[in-house]
Design a protein around this ligand. Structure first.
Ligand code: ATP
Length: 497
């Protein structure tokens, strides 16, 4: 045990001893943010990383695997932590939250059954349909022939914009193919079904599950709206937008994310409150109705189409790199809110903090995160390249979060993963935040380093920006037609409580 301090229960001002599960950039940002809170005495991290362990109040347990529910639970109990926060999706999918819940340890992160909304595209569509949440026209298939028939139908529809083929199951971001026409959809479908036969397809955790989801291709700008959820109530983080493609101009392969920014000028906060009402809350209610309440971060990936926002996907955790841009913007402590959510009483935490709205208040700063990736990412990232310029980058005023680094015996950080670092700039505008992040990114070097130079450069919906064809009117609340006729509730209460 590293501290003998009593549990924070009596203090009433948030958790004092926390355990964060994970080791990447998202976890570094979470740990950094939580450790700054006055009520927090210690942040334990399993397994963590050298860089995470260098933060004040932090202690890493490198031998405790994030994928071992029993070991995580044992650590949480032995260390008498007040709250466990599970960062990545993989530990959720093996039941880390279930094990903690069964042991009576408050955990922020959904059970395996609730987290299924992320790793099963067909389950996501099923829940969204039952909840009346708008998604792209689509269907799921367990056999090739009917899938091909539907693909032909989608591709041949009047005003068809193409179609999207999605593997059903954990695919590490590689299970989605956006297709212009039937021929490319057919190739993607045949490859997927062939993979099922030879065992190379993404894991469909239950054999009876559909293999593939087919959707019409939507057009518009994407944005993410992440909410802290306690099973029925939800409180939104400010919206963010990430950049998925590897190279400038949205070229190259999809990645886990090459950068992000917040706020999102074309997704105003007033619309976020509406989105919580018509996307997150009905889905929380539907999951609760099925006996699998969702406690954790529910991430809605949205397409802001000309007809209004449409749900593309849910993730069951904080987005990375989005959260690296979001957390430095927050003007309130996260610990009490995550504990409140874990205990099924977000409303009490919101009331205690005196939060006025349905979206977490910010400092007023904008934030831009630029990701620096290893050579050969996303295929087979190079490891072990020496990183230079960390001190210079920090001196620019940007914050540097480590996603995949290791410190050698000589004290030098080296690359140890696909996405290696994210530099986050803050500023009074997105442009000034971007300038800071770019200055910091310019300081950093290693062999084979890859980065984009256009993160947050093109801002849809912002007048006078001048990028031909990109500008469109900002999406307003009026763009959202609520099929169930729900209206946003008052601004001074946590949604759904
Ligand atoms: P992530 O890594 O974001 O979790 P994922 O593998 O779970 O991704 P989705 O988010 O469903 O898959 O899709 C990945 C990307 O494919 C989306 O960010 C979007 O750019 C594109 N996409 C998915 N569905 C559609 C659609 N119906 N229309 C247009 N583009 C889509």
């Amino acid at each position: 045990m590293i501290h003998q301090a009593p549990s924070s229960e009596a203090q009433g001002s948030g958790p004092a001893r926390l355990l964060v599960v994970g080791s990447g950039g998202r976890e570094h940002a979470l740990v950094w943010s939580l450790a700054r809170e006055a009520a927090v005495e210690a942040v334990l991290v399993a397994p963590g990383s050298d860089a995470i362990g260098a933060e004040p109040k932090v202690h890493c347990f490198p031998d405790v695997s994030a994928m071992d529910p029993a070991a995580i639970t044992e650590l949480a109990v032995a260390e008498r932590v007040d709250l466990v926060i599970v960062g990545p999706e993989a530990p959720l999918s093996v039941g880390v939250a279930d094990a903690l819940f069964a042991a009576g340890v408050p955990v922020f992160g959904p059970t395996r059954a609730a987290a299924r909304i992320e790793w099963s595209k067909s389950f996501c569509r099923e829940v969204a349909a039952a909840a009346g949440v708008r998604m792209a026209l689509g269907a799921q298939f367990a056999e090739l022939e009917p899938a091909l028939e539907f693909a032909r139908e989608l591709a041949g529809a009047p005003r068809s914009n193409g179609l999207v083929v999605k593997a059903d199951g954990l695919a590490a971001g590689k299970g989605v193919t956006v297709c212009d026409d039937f021929a490319s959809a057919e190739a993607a479908l045949r490859a997927l079904f062939a993979g099922v036969t030879d065992g190379a397809a993404p894991t469909a955790p239950e054999p009876s599950q559909p293999v593939v989801v087919l959707e019409e291709r939507l057009s518009g700008e994407e944005a993410s709206l992440i909410a802290i959820c306690d099973g029925r109530a939800a409180l939104a983080l400010p919206p963010a937008r990430d950049h998925k493609r590897l190279r400038d101009g949205d070229a190259g392969p999809n990645t886990g994310g090459m950068g992000a920014y917040s706020p999102v000028p074309d997704l105003p906060e007033s619309l976020c409150a509406t989105l919580i009402d018509v996307v997150h809350l009905p889905v929380l209610a539907e999951l609760a109705r099925r006996g699998t309440p969702f406690r954790g971060a529910l991430y809605a990936g949205l397409m802001l189409t000309p007809e209004g926002p449409v749900l593309i996907e849910f993730n069951a955790r904080f987005g990375d790199p989005e959260v690296q841009a979001l957390l430095p913007r927050l003007a309130v402590p996260l610990g009490p809110l995550l504990l409140g959510a874990a205990q099924g009483n977000l409303a009490a935490a919101v009331a205690e903090l005196g939060l006025p709205g349905r979206v977490l208040p910010t400092t007023g700063d904008a934030a831009v995160a630029v990701v620096l990736a290893a050579g050969n990412y996303p295929e087979t990232p190079r490891k072990g390249d020496a990183i230079t310029g960390l001190d210079e980058a920090a001196a620019t005023g940007a914050r540097v979060f480590h996603a995949g680094t290791i410190r050698g015996a000589d004290g030098q950080f080296r690359t140890n993963g696909g996405r290696v670092l994210a530099v986050v700039g803050l500023g009074s505008s997105i442009a000034s935040a971007r300038a800071t992040a770019e200055r910091a990114a310019d300081c950093l070097r290693w062999d084979g380093m890859q980065r984009r130079h256009d993160i947050a450069q093109r801002l849809p919906g912002v007048a006078g920006r001048g990028s031909a064809g990109a500008s469109r009117a900002p999406v307003s609340a009026a763009d959202w037609e609520d099929p169930a006729g729900r209206t946003p509730s008052g601004p001074s209460e946590v949604a759904g409580s």
